[in-house]
Design a protein around this ligand. Structure first.
Ligand code: THG
Length: 275
């Protein structure tokens, strides 16, 4: 399971404040803590508060890279913000560009642009593409899979390895009226997306979206993650500082026979993930 740490996101009050104060310690502390907890990548999202999003992305990337070499996942819907991040990021250990829809009303070519940016960034750069198009976020299984199929097709046409593609079926909060059915739709779509190419694309989700505004947030996150893994999910943007969540990942992998059982399988998982 590829774990992407969600915490360096301007959506969080402490990160928003650190960005405003140019407080490197807060950002570097979060980078180190998430790396120690088993994050394979660190999501970097400037949020909506910063006036200068491009400069903020660069400051975050440089600040993180001063303290650790964990691969980064540059998270912005704005190509200019990603371009700014790409100027300073070290893609040597790996990189993800997060995230592009299939197309947008005002940008039909956005997926092509992201693929091109990833190609320029070197052999280890991947992209996350959302099962979303100019009509918005689909509410049913078939449209999600159809959009995913178009994403896979375009990826192949561009000569971009499908193993460098992560497809995100877009997780919505479960408490939104009429949205409860979406969790199941996402699981079914995810299972089908795995059959779109050989080798299969990765799948990923913004896990914490599922529990926004609910009580029992961490319980909902943990259980949805385990269920999603059984439907083929092989990556997620998560709160890796939730130790029990990481234990759920380790246990699910062990029960699916992807990790060998030993009495210390939890410790072994963390140790292997850190390496
Ligand atoms: N898909 C992709 N990328 C994404 C998402 C996605 N990136 C952003 C987001 N969704 C994933 N990251 C988060 C980070 C935080 C929260 C949810 C998803 C979250 N934050 C608290 C909240 O809103 O309640 C903030 C609380 C606080 O300030 O402490 O839940 O889906 N590809």
């Amino acid at each position: 399971m590829i774990l992407i740490g969600e915490r360096i996101n301007g959506m969080f009050t402490d990160v928003k404040q650190a960005i405003a104060d140019k407080n490197k310690q807060v950002i570097q502390g979060l980078a180190k803590k998430q790396t120690d907890a088993g994050a394979n990548y660190l999501d970097v999202n400037v949020g909506t508060a910063a006036a200068d999003q491009e400069g903020t992305m660069q400051w975050l990337v440089e600040t993180i890279q001063e303290t650790c070499s964990t691969p980064l996942c540059l998270d912005s819907q704005k190509p200019d913000v990603l371009t700014a991040g790409l100027k300073v990021v070290n893609s040597e250990p790996g990189l993800i560009l997060n995230s592009t829809p299939l197309n947008k009303k005002n940008d039909e070519e956005i997926l092509d642009k992201h693929i091109e940016m990833a190609k320029q960034a070197g052999p280890k750069a991947s992209i996350i593409a959302l099962t979303m198009d100019k009509n918005g976020v689909p509410q049913d299984i078939d449209t999600r899979v159809a959009i995913a199929a178009e994403i896979v097709q375009k990826t192949m046409e561009k000569g971009f390895d499908t193993q460098r593609l992560f497809i995100d079926p877009i997780v919505l909060p479960v408490n939104v009226p009429n949205a409860q059915v979406q969790a199941g739709n996402i699981l079914t779509a995810m299972g089908q997306i795995k059959y779109l190419s050989e080798p299969a694309p990765h799948t990923t989700v913004g896990l914490s979206n599922i529990s926004q505004g609910t009580s029992e947030r961490s319980l909902i996150n943990r259980i949805f993650l385990a269920v999603a893994m059984s439907h083929g999910l092989d990556s997620a943007i998560v709160d890796v500082l939730d130790e029990k969540l990481v234990n759920v990942v380790a246990t699910a992998e062990m029960l699916m026979n992807k990790q060998i059982y030993s009495d210390s399988f939890l410790k072994a998982y963390i140790a292997a993930n850190k390496a």
